[in-house]
Design a protein around this ligand. Structure first.
Ligand code: PRX
Length: 646
């Protein structure tokens, strides 16, 4: 019996334009295939060749070593990640190039050139050293999307401190748990942050957490919102006062390739967050190379990524990947709908962004607001679009392609995880024909596959476990404080890296992510991935977003319960409910027809935008056992959903 049945039928293909391909780093599919083959025949040679593009203080002795299941890359080599992201770019003559264009919610943007960035980073690095921070110390960073955030990360990297960024929208409890787990000695935060024009009391939250965090000796506070805060004498210092007295240059520490660079706790839709550890050289090289080729970066690009730096996307593709490529980054402080739902499109217009990278959840939320918002903006500067974080439903892909890319821009649907450090499966924009909803092909050096429960290879279009069969430089090295969990979570089941996602590979070798394995539903003997049924619902013109979960059914075992958010201008009605159920039946087949369909105004999501199906499952079952809902972006919606349950 097949492990997961594939029911999605998607036959459209889009080819890169001749113009795009001609100028791209990887120019056609043959070139990709040839290079890919070479890269997986000898990944060590491939990565060693690429690693020469970085500045090393000492060259490595050995490219890859398997140390009892813990993988080490470039051992014996010494470098500095901050030096490679800033000094190296200044040295190459790009000191006057814009590194960071910061767009605050209020709109008066500020630009930092690479030279200016170097100075700010050095000053803070000197401050950190003066406060006694040494190589290997953990620095907790709880900052909103302000320039101080990447500056703080780079300053840590410069002196060999390990940064652990906590998303600034998290509560004091979440901050406390992470500080306690990482034993951080210093906290960098801000007085407050702006979201939808309102001030969020960041320092108050931090103070509440710190009551139970004795490991923290000092706090550096960046001034952003000017909200009145209390400063604890001898413990807390203002960022601007400290850097005022600091020298403009600070030497970069020479660090072994496998020294720790950062800990980042997974956003996690289930269970306790895990502290994912990334190290120096392999992570940097992987972020550098994937950014260069997946985003096909050129010197005059203006790259806008909407992720928060509190997530891995921000670490790898706002900070380390783009900077090590000498790119110009647009970083936005606030909400996508402030003051109107065209803010992203306005930012693209204002800064003439050429590359735009966002999440399917944002695309669906903005599509829901109507076409008039993007239509009022000049988006002609764009040449490439990207998505990350969830499966993108083919219809959301089409909207993105037509309304934002104006049918000109390739879309790179990039599949990866906090654990993978960088993109593992994605089209290359000048080379790969695109299929809406498919993340296409593995990146160079990546051996991805789909396995059945018994570990055998799944057939064509047969859904199963997505695994990565060989190590890659950007992979996590361990779970902080929990090496046993690293082994059991990722390697125990098949002996190769288990992603936790379900996927299928089509007849042309394209990967289709079907959702998390935990979200697979078993209906009347069929196993169905959440993404496919949701994509069918989203393909209806009235639907903005959808999530499906199982609920117990006497005859079928499990049946499908759908939650549906409508687009603006559509009314909830019994007629529409029937129409949507039938639409699924018609487009993917009767087995996938939801038995129940509830209209909702919003879905429960993690703060990084992922739908929490675990909570919807409890709602559908009529259980009140939701587990921890405090990590939700809006915990209030759970009760509303439960009240409207059908
Ligand atoms: O389920 C996959 C989904 O996001 C998970 C990783 O989440 P996180 O560690 O928070 O990192 C998000 C940013 C890289 C994956 O296991 N996911 C991510 N990208 C895609 C995706 N699912 C489908 N298509 C994608 N492009």
């Amino acid at each position: 019996m097949k492990f997961i049945d594939s029911i999605l039928k998607e036959g459209r293909t889009f080819y890169p334009s001749h113009e795009f391909s001609r100028r791209a780093h990887i120019k056609n599919f043959q070139e990709y295939s040839r290079l890919y083959k070479k890269s997986v025949e000898n990944p060590e040679a491939f990565w060693a060749e690429k690693a020469k593009q970085l500045d090393w203080f000492r060259k490595w002795d050995i490219v890859l070593r398997n140390d009892m299941g813990f993988f080490k890359w470039f051992e014996g080599g010494y470098l500095n990640v901050c030096h490679n992201c800033v000094d190296r770019i200044v040295k190459s003559g790009k000191g006057k190039k814009a590194a960071l264009i910061w767009e605050p919610e209020s709109g008066e943007h500020k630009t930092y050139t690479y030279e200016e960035l170097l100075k700010e980073v050095c000053r803070l690095a000197n401050v950190l050293r003066k406060l006694g921070i040494k190589k290997g110390d953990v620095v907790e960073i709880y900052l909103p999307m302000i320039p101080e955030l990447p500056i703080a990360m780079l300053a840590c990297a410069r002196i060999g401190a390990i940064h652990s960024v906590v998303f600034a929208g998290f509560s004091s409890d979440a901050l406390k748990d992470r500080i306690q787990d990482s034993s951080a000695v210093l906290l960098i935060t801000a007085d407050g942050s702006f979201r939808n024009g309102k001030v969020f009391p960041l320092k108050d939250n931090a103070d509440a957490a710190l009551k139970e965090c004795p490991s923290i000796k000092n706090v550096i506070v960046a001034k952003r919102a000017n909200n009145g805060i209390s400063m604890s004498d001898g413990r807390d210092f203002w960022w601007h006062e400290l850097v005022n007295d600091a020298e403009d240059f600070c030497g970069a520490e020479s660090l072994h390739s496998e020294e720790s660079l950062f800990i980042l706790y997974t956003s996690g839709t289930t269970g306790k967050p895990k502290g994912i550890l990334h190290t120096q050289a392999g992570y940097l090289l992987f972020a550098y190379q994937t950014f260069k080729w997946v985003f096909d970066i050129r010197d005059n690009d203006i790259y806008f990524c909407t992720a928060d730096i509190g997530w891995i996307t921000g670490h790898s593709y706002i900070v380390y990947g783009p900077l090590s490529n000498g790119a110009t980054i647009v970083m936005y402080e606030g909400s996508p709908t402030f003051p109107n739902p065209d803010r992203f499109w306005r930012i693209i217009e204002k800064h003439k962004a050429t590359i735009f990278y966002t999440a399917p959840t944002a695309i669906r939320a903005l599509a829901k607001e109507g076409d008039e918002w993007p239509n009022k903006c000049n988006l002609s500067s764009l040449r490439l679009l990207g998505t990350v974080g969830e499966p993108i439903n083919p219809e959301a892909w089409m909207w993105y392609h037509e309304m934002i890319g104006k049918k000109r821009c390739p879309i790179v649907d990039t599949w990866w995880q906090t654990e993978t450090g960088g993109i593992l499966i994605s089209p290359l924009p000048g080379a790969t024909p695109l299929k809406p909803g498919s993340a296409a092909k593995p990146f160079f050096g990546i051996v991805a596959d789909v396995l059945r429960e018994d570990g055998s290879k799944a057939g064509i279009n047969e859904g199963g476990y997505l695994v990565i069969k060989t190590p890659w430089p950007g992979m996590l090295r361990t779970i902080w404080n929990n090496p046993e969990k690293y082994k059991s979570t990722y390697f125990e089941k098949f002996g190769v890296y288990l992603t936790g996602d379900s996927a299928r590979i089509d007849e042309e070798g394209y990967f289709w992510i079907m959702g998390r394995i935990d979200d697979v539903i078993k209906v009347a003997g069929h196993r169905i991935g959440s993404a496919e049924v949701e994509s069918s619902l989203v393909s209806h013109r009235a639907v903005a977003e959808a999530a499906i979960v199982p609920y117990p059914h006497d005859i079928k075992g499990q049946a499908i319960y759908a939650f549906v958010v409508l687009k603006k201008g559509f009314e909830k009605s019994d007629g529409l409910r029937e129409e949507l159920r039938n639409h699924v039946s018609k487009t993917v087949g009767p087995i996938a027809k939801p038995d129940k369909l509830q209209f909702a105004d919003d879905l429960p999501k993690t703060r990084s935008g992922k739908i929490m199906r675990r909570i919807l499952k409890a709602v559908a079952e009529g259980s009140r056992d939701y587990g921890n809902i405090m990590t939700l972006a809006d915990p209030g919606i759970v009760e509303i959903l439960a009240k409207d349950r059908i």
